[in-house]
Ligand binder design. Structure first.
Ligand code: ATP
Ligand code: MG
Length: 396
């Protein structure tokens, strides 16, 4: 099919001679005696190569060339020119003729011209195929990368989860060991101690599974019209005395200019609770010294955690949780939102910030961190104003 040549010449003798030699070369030849016929055959057969006389009565070769190029610019058109037609030949090149051969036609020259024309066609096709393959290849590669990323994320989650469960299981085993000792020796101290260990770890596993459940479930946020200072007050009320136990001052600094808007107060409560808990952890002294040292009120290194609300242009509220605790190395800071990333050993599961970020992103809000090792950290949450409860808008 693709070795068709449309031969156009008004002279019958030339058509016959060329038809024979081209057929001998293995081409399938269609012939036309003038431009009009050539064009209608071209439209029907769409031959890849056209060999046309340049001078013909009626539609001449140049006009035919232009029309063919308009219909299919990929067509290779070779012009046959007479001795004195140099100007026309050059003009034809301007209209993107592939080549020209002069009369009387030398078979070898024609053969080379045709070979080149067909080569150009197949080269063009190859480039097209290659480009297409490239696109498919890129798509395939992208898909595989995404899949690998997903698997890596699952792997990381499973690894973190196993670690958390292993810790708890270790705690339970320790508790059971102490309990057994207590039973053996009928010692109440052991019994009580073992029982506390078991209870603590049962609580831990309960919290872990609750957190995981609510993370796995794409928990919908429950929008309510609420004062953005409210969750801060609640968290402060709950955390002020635990903070004092560790000589940490928990303060609030609430903007009086905030207007109520729609957000999920329970979700934001959880986020602030996570941030405050982390801030307090960062301010606590290493456990070893905790009991022995006794800090005077005027201690310049007094630890404090401040929860602040601000009216920030473009946002419903900005929360800032600032501490002057341990701060973080840049390396740690980059990982804190990953699931199960924790530097707190058995005391942390590394779920707090992952959950916090999830809730904030459900609110289409922002969460940012500034931190310097040994100087403290500042966590910033910004929530967009929502003036109508989105669930009502969605008609659910
Ligand atoms: N205010 C902070 N100052 C210093 N480090 C922090 C602070 N907040 C978070 N981090 C670091 O980020 C890590 C991850 O915090 P995240 O709340 O996700 O987990 P966690 O507190 O270790 O455990 P939990 O799941 O019990 O909250 C912490 O282990 C800690 O290293
Ligand atoms: Mg935490």
């Amino acid at each position: 099919m693709n070795n068709i040549i449309l031969l156009v010449d008004d002279e019958e003798d030339i058509r016959d001679v060329l038809d024979i030699s081209l057929s001998d070369l293995g081409y399938h030849v269609l012939t036309a005696a003038n431009g009009e016929d050539a064009l209608s055959i071209f439209r029907k057969e769409n031959p890849p190569v056209v060999l046309s006389d340049i001078k013909m009565p009626g539609m001449d070769g140049i006009e035919l060339l232009q029309k063919i190029k308009l219909e299919n610019s990929d067509t290779e058109v070779i012009m046959i020119t007479g001795h004195g037609d140099m100007d026309l030949a050059i003009k034809s090149l301007k209209y993107e003729a592939t080549d020209f051969v002069t009369k009387p036609i030398n078979d070898d020259v024609l053969e080379i011209a045709l070979k080149k024309a067909f080569e150009r066609i197949s080269l063009r096709q190859q480039i097209r195929d290659y480009t297409e393959n490239l696109e498919i290849l890129v798509e395939e590669k992208t898909r595989k990368l995404l899949e690998a990323e997903r698997l890596a994320a699952i792997g990381e989650t499973v690894a973190g989860l196993s670690h958390a469960i292993k810790n708890i299981a270790g705690g339970l085993k320790g508790g059971i060991f102490v309990l057994e000792k207590g039973i053996e020796s009928d010692d109440k101290t052991y019994l009580r101690q073992g029982w506390e260990m078991v209870k603590g770890n049962v609580d831990k596993i309960r919290n872990l599974s609750l957190d995981l459940l609510s993370y796995g479930k794409s928990t919908e946020i429950k929008y309510q019209l609420c004062d953005p200072n409210k969750p801060v007050r609640e968290v402060a009320e709950l955390m002020i005395s635990p903070a004092r136990e560790h000589q940490i001052e928990l303060k609030t600094d609430l903007s009086p200019d905030l207007k109520p808007f729609y957000f999920d107060p329970e979700g934001i409560h959880r986020c602030l609770m996570n941030l405050v808990t982390n801030a307090l952890d960062a301010c606590k002294k290493p456990e070893l010294y905790e009991e022995s040292e006794d800090i005077p009120d005027t201690d310049p290194s007094a630890k404090e955690v401040i929860v602040k609300t601000l009216r920030t242009p473009g946002w419903g509220v900005e929360y800032q949780v600032t501490d002057n605790g341990s701060g973080m190395e840049e390396e740690v800071r980059q990982k804190i939102f990953q699931s199960f990333f924790s530097t707190k050993g058995t005391r942390g599961t590394g779920i707090g910030l992952m959950m916090t970020r999830k809730i904030i992103s459900q609110h289409k809000g922002l969460i940012e961190v500034e931190s310097r090792k040994d100087s403290g950290s500042k966590f910033i949450i910004k929530l967009p104003v929502v003036e109508n409860p989105p669930t009502e808008k969605a008609g659910t």
